[in-house]
Design a protein around this ligand. Structure first.
Ligand code: 5AD
Ligand code: SF4
Length: 460
């Protein structure tokens, strides 16, 4: 047992790796720690309690966590170090062997156990583990310390019941559990009261949502109801699974202006035989039918996707089919990855593709998609778009905004600069004047009424 020095014990620093689910989990952990009297500091050096919320989706992400742990080792005298998230859930108590200075681990499906773990750690215990797959969580947490004041995540479904052969998520986050519609609506209404105007519904397979309460709402109904909250201006949801993308979701978007014109729909591969080996539960044709249905919506809905190259058995012709799919769908953006074998998954036992082949395919795919984005973004020059302003790029003197279609649109506000007008959290009209592969540049057409009212906060 190692007593924690009182002077540093109540400060914490948390670093987050991985997806939005992890980002949001960290917001909940921050809320919990603040409730227990901890205060957040800006660096691991200043903190008494150092936490890493980890990701194990690919080997690179996992290695990054262990690199961080060996860095902190040299500076960890007097500090308490905790590993949270998917690496904790996946590697469990093995972490104590690889990184003996770690005091506790708490897996991504075990957050209910965190207060009890902290009790023990605060009492000076070390090597405390919370790794039970806890499927009874209530989803309702008393306090969440959100990163931003105008856009918020809400978890509506945890875990995953699909069984993609490359993926660790069903092991790290456990089976699928949906949250009751009443609980989701309570949180959404509360966020609205706090002034949030954009909500992103989260889940590994968000559109597989199925209300466990007697109300029995579908995912589309939930979208409808949240979209109807008067001061919620934008609703997003991620990540969708193509097999559960039903027509009523598109109908809900058609009906309701506040549902954003953007769907993230991971395809993973353009080849039906690879999709079968991945156990994705749809063929290329099924996927393209889903895309056609989304594209037939009243408003133009933009699509983004995830793609894995170099999955075991992927031939050159399979890969060409994926490239062809990029041309057909014309995604607004693509997240692409080299296949990474993960311990305990079916695909890890299949014959692997050489690293050099994976690397070449990834570069080729990214190049192809870059050209599509350059062309498609250039078509937007001259258009005026509404953006929610998310930040300020000091170096460029530009506001960072995001359109309903999830494109980044940066713009200057020379007039506002003189008055120090802070546009963060406001909705502005911006005219697109230039376009690159990954973002647009524009000029302010009109700030919203709220920006004018907010007025004179001086920019740092
Ligand atoms: N290797 C590479 N990419 C993976 N993903 C999930 N598991 C793996 C893996 N083992 C990708 C998928 C998923 C995204 C979140 O990460 O494309 O949609
Ligand atoms: Fe992983 Fe597949 Fe579940 Fe997505 S749907 S979390 S890729 S198992």
């Amino acid at each position: 047992m190692r007593p924690i020095p009182e002077s540093v014990s109540k400060t914490f620093y948390i670093e987050t790796f991985g997806c939005q689910m992890n980002v949001h989990d960290s917001e909940k952990v921050r809320g919990l720690l603040e409730q227990r009297g901890y205060s957040r500091v800006k660096s691991a050096d200043e903190a008494g309690l150092v936490l890493y919320n980890t990701c194990s989706i690919r080997d690179k992400a996992e290695r990054k966590v262990f690199a961080r742990l060996s860095q902190i080792k040299r500076r960890s005298a007097g500090k308490t170090v905790g590993v949270l998230g998917c690496v904790a859930q996946h590697n469990g108590a093995e972490i104590f062997e690889r990184a003996p200075h770690v005091d506790f681990v708490c897996g991504s499906a075990s957050y209910n156990a965190l207060p009890g773990i902290l009790d023990r750690v605060e009492a000076g215990e070390s090597r405390v583990a919370g790794l039970e797959l806890d499927t009874d969580e209530t989803f309702d947490v008393p306090r969440v310390d959100r990163v931003r004041a105008y856009t918020a995540y809400i978890t509506i479904i945890e875990g995953c019941d699909k069984a993609c052969t490359y993926c660790v998520v069903p092991f790290t986050r456990g089976p699928e559990r949906s949250r009751s519609s009443a609980s989701v609506m309570r949180e959404a209404a509360h966020l609205q009261e706090l002034g949030y105007t954009e909500i992103t519904l989260l889940g590994q397979t968000v559109n597989s949502y199925s209300d466990p309460s007697p109300a029995g709402w579908s995912f589309a109904r939930l979208l409808d109801e949240i979209g109807r909250l008067p001061r919620i201006r934008r609703v997003r949801f991620t990540t969708s699974h193509p097999s559960d993308f039903t027509p009523d979701i598109v109908e809900a978007i058609d009906r309701n202006e506040s549902l954003c014109d953007w769907v993230h729909l991971p395809v993973q591969s353009g080849s039906t035989s690879v999709l079968r080996a991945m156990r994705r539960t749809y063929s290329r044709d099924d996927y393209m039918r889903c895309v056609a249905m989304i594209k037939a919506a009243a408003r133009r809905i933009e699509l983004s996707t995830d793609i894995i190259v170099g999955f075991p058995g992927e031939t050159e012709s399979d890969f060409q089919q994926t490239l062809g799919l990029l041309d057909e769908v014309e995604y607004a953006s693509v997240f692409s990855f080299k296949y990474s074998a993960r311990k305990g998954t079916v695909a890890a036992g299949m014959p692997q593709i050489p690293e050099a082949v994976k690397g070449r395919r990834l570069i080729e795919l990214q190049q192809r998609q870059r050209e599509i984005q350059i062309r498609r973004n250039a078509e937007l020059i001259g258009r005026t778009e509404e953006v929610l302003v998310e930040g300020w790029r000091k170096r460029f003197g530009q506001w960072i905004g995001r359109t309903t279609q999830n494109r980044v649109l940066n713009f200057a506000d020379p007039e506002g600069l003189a008055t120090g007008r802070d546009l963060r959290g406001t909705y502005c009209q911006a005219r697109v004047t230039a376009a690159g592969p990954n973002s647009l540049v524009g000029e302010l057409a009109s700030p919203s009424a709220r920006a004018a009212f907010q007025g004179l906060r001086v920019l740092q």
